[in-house]
Design a protein around this ligand. Structure first.
Ligand SMILES: Nc1ncnc2c1ncn2[C@@H]1O[C@H](COP(=O)(O)OP(=O)(O)OP(=O)(O)O)[C@@H](O)[C@H]1O
Length: 346
């Protein structure tokens, strides 16, 4: 049974097609990254899965239950970290956790959940109205973990976290996955998705443009990486004039092209294992390898290849998120991405 299955899932608001005929399967136990620029339709899709809104067309099942007809069964088994959560400002962190545990029929204590997300107990005694964005995000993550859900739905979970907070969140996601929980994780921050996800779906203007592993995406998008090998003076003789002469590097799995640039041999590859294999093959052929370096295709290149957007703008948003963490307002990052890559509505 799939953890999430959608068929032609569509949501229109007047002329705006927020989600456009999505067919998506997320397998049980996987960590699935739902990646897209702001305004791509990520939150709308999540809201459809949880029956916060109704589809214009199409259907969805969550953990085998119809998302619209069996909402209670779905919500019992799903932990949700929503984008822009509404907490009760005057209630303490503890009160929120007690409520979450009770409503999910959980057996854990609030302290256990606090420890898992790294929120201290003294903070949990205070009303949440005074929390920073990062503290709020940790608390809502703790609430999502209450009752040991079978599926975790995290909408931009790293929003407001500093780099260490982001790493802790990623560790939590992997821990949950290791214990069998399926994780559906939306983000516009590419590095965060690639660090934890088994597979990624890229959403652009409401359409699911591709679903694959990160490696698979690299291969399919043709934005491979390059190995630049500096070779000794007699290399040309050994290589017989062609880029690598009798040394057939293109036969290596994951190698897509061989070129010569400024006397160097440039191996383009989509599989990291090809790097060492190419060096060994050259050395075995008697070529003098003086030095080598790699130029990795960035995730920004990958994202740009799929969404036709500007990789530099995506990189800027990624950097911004990493540098400012707790201080950065989600809106600041949102505005920059929307302006840079044109996917937003703000
Ligand atoms: N209630 C609504 N009424 C009208 N349009 C809406 C509504 N909710 C969403 N939209 C539009 O649907 C599109 C998708 O929005 P959605 O919030 O799902 O995107 P997103 O990928 O989650 O982006 P973000 O990260 O900015 O939240 C946008 O163009 C948005 O303006």
């Amino acid at each position: 049974m799939a953890a999430i299955e959608t068929s032609g899932l569509t949501k229109r608001y007047g002329d705006v097609v927020a989600v456009d005929g999505i067919d998506l399967t997320v397998e049980e136990g996987e960590v699935f990254g739902f990646l897209g620029p702001n305004g791509a339709g990520k939150t709308t899709t999540i809201d459809l899965l949880l029956d916060f809104i109704r589809p214009t067309e199409g259907s969805a099942t969550v953990l085998g239950h119809d998302a619209q007809a069996e909402t209670d069964a779905v919500r019992e088994r799903v932990g949700v970290l929503p984008d822009g959560v509404g907490l009760y400002d005057r209630s303490t962190g503890y009160r929120h956790l007690e409520f979450a545990i009770e409503s999910k029929g959980g057996s854990e204590t609030p302290d256990e959940l606090l420890d898992r997300v790294g929120l201290d107990r003294e903070a949990a005694e205070r009303p949440v109205g005074g929390y920073s964005k990062g503290m709020t995000q940790r608390l809502t993550m703790a609430m999502a973990l209450a009752g040991d859900p079978d599926l975790l739905v995290l909408d931009e979970p790293s929003s407001g976290l500093d780099p260490m907070g982001i790493r802790e969140m990623q560790r939590l996601v992997r821990e949950e996955a290791d214990s069998g929980t399926t994780v559906f994780f939306s983000s516009h921050i590419l590095g965060q998705v690639s660090a934890v996800c088994d597979r990624v779906g890229i959403l652009d203007e409401g359409e699911l443009v591709t679903v694959d592993t990160i490696e698979g995406l690299r291969e399919e998008a043709g934005v491979g990486s390059r190995l630049v090998v500096e070779v000794g003076g007699d290399a040309d003789g050994r290589l017989g004039g062609s880029p690598t002469g009798g040394v057939d590097l293109t036969a290596l799995p994951g190698v897509t092209a061989i070129d010569r640039e400024d006397g160097n041999i440039v191996v383009s590859y989509t599989d990291a294992a090809a790097k060492a294999a190419a060096i060994h093959r050259l050395v075995d052929a008697g070529v003098e390898v003086l030095d080598f370096s790699t130029e990795e295709a960035t995730l920004e290149d990958l994202f740009a290849a799929y969404t036709g957007t500007d990789a530099a703008a995506v990189q800027e948003a990624d950097d911004e998120a990493g540098e400012h963490g707790d201080e950065a307002s989600g809106d600041g990052v949102t505005g920059r991405v929307a302006a840079g890559i044109g996917g937003g509505d703000e």
